[in-house]
Design a protein around this ligand. Structure first.
Ligand code: ZN
Length: 223
């Protein structure tokens, strides 16, 4: 479960982009914040997954064992193509986006509850090896920025998560602007843009279908 196993392509062509960090946003969809009993944030809640968390959603998703429930959080993933530091120009951000994909922000929910209770950082629950399965990517030039992309996850043929990127509390460009004031974004870095409502536990044998609008559909299974 190391980056070598990652299906790294854009529009089906192997990509030559550095492996960076993933900056993730929590509670970016109001209904998901509500289902977690969390407040609607006034600033994005950010955390980071290292490259050691990356793996391919085109291969089986391997769950950690003995640490309680592992929840699925399906999310649109944005790949950065140019350095962004404290950027405020949303047009510049638009052109700095290289590609779009779909991924799972796997979360050890029981571990996270304990960490939250103790006021401790979330990395043990969110940034472990293999916690960021993701698809190959679609070149941003082929994706209309006005498109309100559907983000959805089916498990065993049943729709569990469903939302639209238009529902994001911090929309893509604004979100990236805010992130770039905290973390310089380098080419190859990824943004996990938050999950719509409907998160829940994964089980071995589950068959997954993750979709990003009509541009990406990935079938996977859980091991
Ligand atoms: Zn998430």
């Amino acid at each position: 479960m190391t980056p070598e196993y990652l299906h790294r392509w854009i529009d089906g062509t192997p990509m030559d982009m550095p492996l960076g960090k993933a900056v993730c946003v929590g509670r970016n969809y109001a209904e998901h914040a509500r289902e977690m009993g969390s407040e609607i944030p006034s600033e994005p809640l950010l955390f980071i997954k290292p490259a050691s968390a990356f793996c391919s959603l085109h291969e089986a998703v391997v769950l950690p064992t003995g640490q309680g429930q592992v929840h699925h959080e399906v999310e649109m993933v944005v790949m950065i193509g140019e350095r962004l530091r404290a950027e405020t120009d949303l047009e510049r951000i638009r052109y700095a986006i290289k590609a779009y994909g779909i991924g799972l922000d796997l979360t050890l929910r029981d571990v996270q509850s304990v960490l939250k209770e103790k006021g401790q950082p979330w990395e043990r629950a969110k940034a472990f090896d293999g916690s960021a399965p993701m698809s190959g990517f679609i070149d941003a030039r082929g994706v209309s920025v006005r498109q309100n992309l559907e983000v959805s996850l089916e498990i065993n043929g049943e729709q569990r998560q469903h939302g639209h990127t238009g529902q994001m509390l911090f929309p893509t460009f604004d979100l990236i602007a805010r992130i770039s004031h905290v973390f310089t974004l380098e080419p190859g870095d990824l943004i996990f843009t938050g999950t719509p409502a409907g998160v829940g536990p994964l089980h071995a044998g589950d068959k997954l279908t993750a979709r990003l609008g009509n541009i990406l559909q990935v079938f996977s299974e859980v091991r």
